[in-house]
Write a protein that binds this ligand. Structure first.
Ligand code: AMP
Ligand code: FE
Ligand code: FE
Ligand code: ZN
Length: 293
């Protein structure tokens, strides 16, 4: 079984629509794919409707979390799986963060305009195409202007990485873990040692999140060195957390391939037997389309 528990579609900052993503997962030899768009479940329905035979879809999301207990505060990403999307308080938090992302995009456009760069809000909205707005959509505008060559370059300190980086109103990390659990889901801390984001998530904080109900932690990830992966595994063992590995595929917005990292089947079995908010969906084989006369 090949299991990839972290992928993005056009419902956030990936470049493949949910249905095409599911098809690509099959082509990549995956048996299980989790759809984890940033702060939204908007892609769930389309992915479920287009689910190819042989693929199991784990519906999830990647929550923008933040620990406000230190100065500077610590941003983190929390993968949430198989939660009830109708859980009011969780859905409200996701909507609040998406709204904050819209406002951040507008303020970033204004800041870029002040810097003499003539990007516009409607243009950014067009790139986001109704999905959760993120910095990769601002990156597209910089690429179109020829100011940077790639999305990765757009995250350099002189661009969206620092100079034109503005905060959004992230979900308190402990609230996020609690709400995911209340909604019947399980939570996994994504890429805790991805230092390219400017910081790592401190082990002491991971220990506190574990005590507060965090279920697992992502060890195998493209932004983790071999030493990072080994460190996360040891920490997880000490804290009783499950360990996952995933691609964090974003289509052409990142260079990583679907299925580049995978999760152990025993961890997946544990996940699906723990979650109660919703079920994995299994793609049914469809009868062949009758020939048209
Ligand atoms: P946001 O959540 O809108 O602040 O944007 C963060 C997103 O930007 C991440 O989820 C990644 O998809 C993307 N990202 C962050 N750093 C990089 C990078 N160095 N290269 C490419 N994409 C990145
Ligand atoms: Fe992303
Ligand atoms: Fe992430
Ligand atoms: Zn991600």
């Amino acid at each position: 079984m090949r299991i990839d528990l972290h992928a993005h579609s056009t419902a956030s900052d990936g470049t493949d629509p949910p249905g095409a993503l599911a098809e690509k997962a099959v082509a990549a030899g995956l048996d299980v794919l989790a759809l984890t768009d940033h702060d939204t479940t908007a892609g769930w329905e389309t992915a479920a409707a287009a689910l190819p035979a042989g693929l199991t879809l784990v519906r999830g999301a990647e929550l923008s979390g933040r620990w406000y207990g230190a100065e500077p505060t610590v941003g983190l990403h929390l993968l949430a799986y198989l939660f009830d999307p109708g859980h009011g308080p969780l859905a409200a938090e996701l909507a609040r963060v998406r709204h904050s992302r819209e406002q951040r995009a507008e303020r970033t456009v204004a800041l870029l305009n002040d810097g003499g760069i003539d990007v516009t809000v409607p243009e950014i909205r067009e790139y986001a195409a109704g999905g959760t707005v993120g910095r990769p959509h601002l990156a597209q505008a910089l690429i179109r202007r020829g100011l940077v060559g790639t999305v990765g370059e757009a995250f350099a300190p002189e661009w969206l990485g620092r100079r034109y980086r503005l905060p959004k109103a992230d979900i308190d990390a402990f609230t996020a873990v609690r709400l995911v659990n209340e909604a019947g889901g399980v939570s996994v801390l994504a890429h805790p040692r991805a230092s390219s984001r400017g910081h790592i998530v401190p082990d002491t904080l991971i220990a506190e999140l574990a005590a507060a109900g965090l279920w697992g932690v992502e060890a195998d990830h493209t932004d983790h060195s071999a030493a990072d992966r080994a460190h996360v595994r040891l920490l997880a063992r000490d804290l009783g957390l499950r360990v996952t590995g995933s691609s964090d595929y974003h289509g052409t917005n990142k260079t990583v391939r679907l299925g580049a990292f995978t999760t152990d089947p025993s961890v997946y079995e544990d996940l699906i037997s723990t979650a109660t908010g919703t079920v994995p969906l299994v793609g049914a084989s469809r009868p062949p389309t009758p020939p048209t006369a």
